[in-house]
Design a protein around this ligand. Structure first.
Ligand code: ATP
Length: 376
């Protein structure tokens, strides 16, 4: 059973509280991401689950077992780190076989020191038992490295090394796979293809996976659910779509995707529509709220840019006047930085050939659907 439950877990380092009373329930087979800025406590949460850190208080359950008192090597967690942590002097096969060999020696030998294991192991390498041989080659084939089994890991590319690290974690058939920023050392293109590789393997094996990242795109594209962390707290848990469309705070709106966050005052509420006053402009929203002062969250792709002379009915749509500060051509989209009153607003529009891009300094109209103005 590979579910992971964390109840009221706090972790202190001396006077500093790195995790405040956090709660998590990760289902068996789920791909779950911990997302947040540097220092928010993602790695500490992961290390507590793996058993490399002891929580100051709280409970951790993996499957049916409470694991706080169980040492790391008996928690049945596979780990993949940002740095890969491979042995550069060993070939691909031996790197993956290492932990299985250790496990076998562990069963047959009462000596508990790793140094002694390592010496015993080095004697054994080259005559690895048949079952280990088969298991390692099967997993190497799975990550498409069976052709490189004899290569030293130091001779592999970053993406190949990362796949060795993944194979080494998976060969142990762990109940839970823990991955700490595993793609951070790869270039943009490789990151993309490794995302797909990891997600496909995770789905094929149905292995519960906890994935730490500060990259929202990575979390949103790979995970079934994401926990957003800030300053040692879990601030929201949801599917990528839930987090994107219903962020609970401006911090989440800003961290998960790009947002325009605008200070507004609620002027009146009529028939489920709210009238909002911003800095030199008025808006309407259908999202009711019990406050006088609020933040309006508008995603850049929910704003339409129109030529200034477009005849629009102001009663039906939110229409603001703006000036283009900068336009950036990004291939399928054009991003505009706009000035609206004293506010700067980002707008993303779809680009297709033949459509002219509004140049810098041009006056335009911006149209926003009522239903796309979220109030927090
Ligand atoms: P990053 O994305 O930069 O890796 P993170 O979200 O994983 O950050 P953690 O590594 O979990 O953050 O650290 C959370 C906080 O706990 C940080 O302020 C960090 O300095 C502190 N911290 C972590 N480990 C220790 C330690 N062993 N001793 C003291 N403070 C620590």
């Amino acid at each position: 059973m590979g579910s992971v439950i964390i109840e009221k877990m706090t972790k202190q380092f001396g006077e500093f509280t790195a995790l405040h009373d956090i709660n998590l329930e990760i289902q068996e087979g789920e791909f779950f991401a911990l997302l947040g800025p540097s220092g928010c406590g993602k790695t500490t949460t992961m290390r507590c689950i793996a058993g490399f850190e002891q929580p100051t208080s709280g409970k951790i359950k993996i499957g049916e077992k409470e694991v706080e008192k169980i040492p790391a090597n008996r928690r049945n967690c596979g780990m993949v780190f940002q740095s890969y942590a491979l042995f550069p002097h060993m070939n691909v096969f031996d790197n993956v076989a290492y932990s299985l060999n250790i496990k076998q020696l562990n069963a047959s030998n009462p000596v508990k020191q790793l140094g002694i294991y390592a010496r015993l192991l080095s004697k054994r390498l080259g005559r690895t038992p048949k079952d280990i041989q088969e298991k390692v080659m099967k997993i190497l084939k799975y990550v498409e490295l069976d052709q490189h089994a004899d290569r030293l890991t130091s001779e592999l590319s970053g993406g190949q090394q990362q796949r060795v690290a993944l194979a080494r974690a998976l060969v142990m058939e762990p109940a839970v796979l823990l991955m700490d920023e595993p793609l951070s050392n790869l270039d943009q293109k490789l990151r993309h293809s490794m995302r797909n590789t990891i997600r496909t393997i995770q789905q094929d094996l149905g292995i519960t996976t906890i994935f730490v990242t500060h990259d929202q795109e990575e979390a949103m594209s790979m995970a079934d659910r994401v926990a957003v962390m800030d300053k040692g707290n879990i601030v929201q848990i949801g599917t990528p779509t839930e987090l994107y469309s219903n962020p609970l705070t401006p911090f989440i709106a800003d961290f998960v995707g790009t947002s325009n966050i605008i200070d507004v005052e609620i002027v009146e509420q009529i028939n489920g529509t709210i009238k909002l006053k911003g800095d030199n402009f008025l808006l309407q929203s259908t999202n009711t709220i019990e406050k006088k002062q609020a933040k309006a969250i508008i995603r850049p792709e929910h704003i339409q840019v129109l030529p200034y002379d477009t005849d629009v009915n102001k009663e039906e749509v939110n229409v603001l006047e703006g000036i283009v500060l900068m336009s950036t051509y990004l291939g399928p989209t054009v991003r505009y930085d706009m000035k609206v009153g004293d506010q700067e607003i980002i707008v993303d529009t779809t680009y297709s050939s033949g459509i002219s891009i509004f140049e810098e300094g041009r006056k335009v109209k911006l149209s926003i659907d009522h239903g796309r103005v979220l109030l927090i």
